[in-house]
Design a protein around this ligand. Structure first.
Ligand SMILES: Nc1ncnc2c1ncn2[C@@H]1O[C@H](COP(=O)(O)OP(=O)(O)OP(=O)(O)O)[C@@H](O)[C@H]1O
Length: 548
């Protein structure tokens, strides 16, 4: 991916802040000129004193103090503006990332590793701060400052002014550009190593029980050490590269000053002009040195930017119609001749499958592990679209429904239930205000979890994160079932809803389901015969085909 494309994309975020940025640039130029003005005014005064010209020292002192104050205030305001812009932009970009994650959908997200995603959402976004706070306006600030110092020195001698400008361009543009081009890989390698460490830490944290059970401490520690060592090496390369660049830039400052001095002498310019240009040369490189260091900082920033760009521009497997009507009543669900293979795979997971369900009917699907039961449900949820065939609801194709309409139509429970760091009540109601406490409790009773909830000191208001003894898989599953009952969608899709429950709880829940979900249309996938019994019709999935 071209850097130009990336920069253009990043700049689109900054567009609404044009006004604030212009102000920051103006303040930055003022602040830099104030810094340059102090030695220049002092030198001019000294030269006048040496020449025996009368000087109003109080005025000069006042001017110098004013420059100092101006520098401080302007610099503070410039930094404030730039960081204010940068952090607002980062917040906005985070929203964009979450919107993109929603858009690319669960099908693509399941193919990503969590370390990668966490890095994108956290450190990659933060790395863009360098671009927004330390790149855009500093470039213009440096140009503005260079222009004024050039014009000022040109009023004494054009040749010297050009020499100074050359040195500034070398440090501010040419060296960082070459360094960035030559070392672009360093940024990407560093990011890859960073993601690997994040991934290992996440895996270690998530598998802590397995690590203890299978005595994997040594292996996992070795992996973490190896990944960390690679990260350290990459970081060292990055820092070494940055230091080399800085050293080189500072050598150019001294070199430019010496050349200015030599050129002035060689051309027999007035001593005052030579002294002034040497002072100007030593004092005016601040803003370009800041740009010079960017060459290094941007290595990781652009690497992060590229990763975010790719994430945001990833094509979802399915796109939703934006303006469809919601379906509140499910009259009929049909699947006709559905065939499906996962992307880049030959194997047909589903091969010309058809089924039809009328309102209130239910189908239970059995089949060996890996036979494609969950895949069928995922097609009904539109994680993917079938390669051929179609799914219709009330004679309308599923692909014509908006995402919102689809989610309102379907109440889904997959094999594992995600619980939020919130109260049990909110985990059941998902904070929808229309759900009353009575409805929450009724659903919890039906899901055979009410008694457990009220046994807790704070009952339904118990924060899940505060449960010292954790929560069992069965309890988690029953909270998920209560959530599903409260959601009250017309079409229910259940993927192994009782897999973590003992026989007693399974039977209690199934009885409640039979009663509560009488008027619902339901597709249920399970290995358990006892669970499949609640469905009116049974089908078996094998080698991609559905049979009775
Ligand atoms: N995202 C994916 N990409 C590629 N292949 C996949 C993906 N998800 C599932 N598969 C494969 O598709 C096949 C069907 O998987 P599916 O999860 O639908 O089976 P299942 O019948 O629900 O299994 P189980 O009863 O174990 O949950 C399996 O061979 C599985 O490895």
């Amino acid at each position: 991916m071209k850097d130009r494309t990336l920069i253009r994309w990043l700049l689109t975020f900054a567009k609404p802040f044009k006004g604030k940025m212009t102000l920051a640039i103006f303040l930055g130029i003022i602040s830099n000129l104030a810094v340059v003005a102090i030695p220049v005014i002092s030198t001019l005064t000294l030269l006048r004193l040496i020449a025996g010209t009368a000087v109003n020292l109080s005025l000069i002192l006042g001017l110098l103090i004013a420059c100092g104050i101006l520098r401080g205030v302007a610099r503070y305001l410039e930094q404030y503006q730039n960081h204010d812009i940068a952090f607002r932009l980062l917040a906005h970009i985070r929203e964009e990332i979450f919107a993109a994650l929603r858009k690319i959908g669960p099908a693509r997200l399941t193919g990503k590793n969590s370390g990668d995603l966490i890095t994108s959402i956290s450190t990659d976004v933060e790395a863009l701060e360098v671009f927004f706070a330390h790149t855009i306006s500093p470039v213009f600030i440096a140009i503005g400052t260079m222009l004024v110092t050039f014009l000022f020195l040109a009023s004494y001698d054009l040749g010297l002014a050009f020499l100074l400008l050359m040195g500034q361009l070398l440090i501010g543009a040419i060296i960082p550009f070459i360094s960035y081009r030559r070392n672009q890989q360093i940024g990407d390698d560093y990011k890859t190593a960073f993601v690997a460490v994040s991934q290992t830490i996440m895996e270690n944290a998530n598998s802590i029980k397995d690590i203890a059970q299978f005595q994997l401490e040594k292996t996992r520690l070795t992996k973490l050490n190896t990944d960390s060592r690679v990260l350290n090496q990459q970081n060292r390369r990055r820092i070494f590269q940055g230091n080399t660049l800085q050293l080189f830039s500072e050598a150019v400052v001294i070199g430019t000053t010496l050349i200015v001095f030599y050129f002035g002498n060689k051309h027999g310019l007035p001593t005052n002009t030579i002294i002034l240009s040497v002072v100007l040369s030593l004092s005016s490189f601040g803003p370009v040195l800041a740009l010079g260091n960017l060459g290094n900082a941007l290595l990781t920033t652009f690497s992060s930017g590229r990763r975010l760009y790719q994430l945001v521009h990833e094509e979802p497997f399915v796109t939703f119609d934006k303006n469809s009507q919601t379906i509140t009543e499910m009259e009929q669900l049909t699947a006709e001749q559905l065939s499906f293979s996962y992307p880049n795979q030959q194997k047909k997971v589903l091969d010309q499958i058809s089924l039809a369900l009328k309102k209130g009917q239910s189908i239970g699907i059995s089949g060996k592990s890996g036979s494609g039961k969950s895949t069928l449900l995922k097609l009904l949820m539109r994680y993917w679209d079938p390669a051929s065939g179609k799914i219709t609801v009330n004679n309308q194709e599923l692909s014509q429904l908006s995402e919102g309409a689809l989610h309102q139509l379907e109440g889904v429970m997959e094999q594992s239930t995600f619980l939020f760091e919130d109260t049990i009540a909110n985990n059941i109601s998902l904070k929808r205000e229309s759900v009353s406490q009575a409805a929450i409790e009724e659903a919890a009773k039906a899901a055979a979890i009410h008694d457990w909830i009220i046994s807790l000191p704070e009952g339904y208001q118990t924060e899940l994160s505060k449960l010292a003894r954790g929560i069992s898989d069965g309890e988690r599953q029953r909270i998920g079932l209560a959530r599903l009952l409260v959601y009250d969608a017309p079409l229910i899709l259940l993927d192994e809803p009782t897999s973590n429950l003992d026989y007693v709880n399974e039977q209690a829940i199934l009885a409640a389901f039979k009663e509560r979900l009488q008027d619902k249309t339901m597709i249920l996938v399970s290995h358990r015969n006892s669970t499949l019994k609640i469905a009116e019709k049974r089908l078996h999935l094998e080698q991609g085909k559905l049979s009775k």
